[in-house]
Design a protein around this ligand. Sequence first.
Ligand code: GYE
Length: 313
Amino acid sequence: MKKTLAKFAAAVALSAASVIVPAKELVIGFSQIGAESAWRSAETESVKSEAKNRGYTLKFSDAQQKQENQIKALRSFVAQGVDGIVLAPVVETGWDRVLREVKRAGIPVVLVDRGIKVSDPSLYTSLVASDFVFEGKLAGSWLAQKTHGIANVVELQGGPGAAPAIDRKKGFGEIVDEFAGMNIIASQTGEWTRTKGKEVMEAFLKSQGDKIDAVYAHNDDMALGAIQAIKEYGKKPGKDILVVSIDGVKSAFEAMVDGDLNATVDCNPLLGPLALDALEAAIAGKEVEKWIVQKDKINLMQDAASMISSRKF
Ligand code: GYE
């Protein structure tokens, strides 16, 4: 009798082990800011393709740059009973109420690319993003070195209230403050876009023209708009007026190869794998790092030609 029972138990154990239980097909909500820049499009593609690779059902919402649309999307994801949410928050504040609703529904939230300010840090599981203050410092340090600490700089800021705009301004400003000869003589939002960046640069050139030694743009798209404006003004970007920006997208490398852009700081947009790893861990109830920080470096004009073919975004 005992032998029979032992054999039966072994047979059950074996059959259980041989059954491959498929990971539950996760349903994930992704609230994306919009499609304002090449960087943003690369990030969207990274999350979408990674979700596809993992066999997830991804519910995607493009907020067209409006926080109220993101809040609506989060509420819709709760109503649909998704397993987890990826949120790229357009601005830092105004998230407490809706994230409390998401938390009450027991749905983990992973932030990608931008941080938020909330009263209760448990309202989101993890932030997968760069250190934007560090990026601003990299850009400022390069410019200080290039100009020996003497430069009148105009600044094209990112979107008002966005974490990268706030922190890239902070980091760059901290470096400028260390040099008596460096001054930010004008600073205005170019709303992350090439069109608006060109428009604002045209206004800067009109009002400050020959006083401008350099442009600091919070992203490559605005820098490319500024480069166009400088050319139309009759000056040589990259020479008469230095240009430094952040993101490191392909079109920025092309501008460096052309001699129009002096430097761009990397900001990795390919966050899909890390974000979905964090979300899977959170759904499984595992501990997740609060900030999964991306390491960035500066890319220089003289290296662009040898690097451009290996760029992934
Ligand atoms: O620099 C810009 C995009 O949030 C880091 O948003 C991102 C920024 C990026 O529009 O190109």
